[in-house]
Design a protein around this ligand. Structure first.
Ligand SMILES: [Zn+2]
Ligand SMILES: [Zn+2]
Length: 106
């Protein structure tokens, strides 16, 4: 099990994310996640990177986690890491922001 610190948004990031989603025509992160753009992004990512959880190594129910929302709507590969559903929930449940050194995990 790889150590991946939990991720939380601060108020500034929430405002940034909300503003950007609205300007792209989405009402929230969920509608973004189900958008054609994101579905294509997801498939394109796994043409290059293994479909495997960065934290536990599972290959089931893999989701793409944002290390940063800085490029929301135009995410770079390094902005994202694959996590299984369970690890993804864990990462979002608790404390601090994921750190840059974990970018080197893939
Ligand atoms: Zn996992
Ligand atoms: Zn996430």
């Amino acid at each position: 099990m790889k150590k991946i610190p939990p991720f939380v948004w601060n108020d500034q990031e929430r405002t940034f994310i909300k503003y950007n989603l609205i300007s792209m025509g989405f009402k929230d992160l969920l509608s973004y996640r189900y958008s054609e753009y994101w579905i294509n992004k997801y498939h394109d990512y796994f043409l290059i990177y293994p479909k495997k959880c960065t934290r536990c190594g599972s290959n089931k129910k893999i989701q793409l986690h944002h290390l940063t929302y800085e490029h929301l709507g135009n995410e770079k590969s390094k902005d994202l890491i694959p996590l299984c559903k369970q690890c993804h929930l864990w990462v979002h449940k608790e404390g601090w922001r994921i750190r840059n050194e974990f970018l080197s995990l893939f």
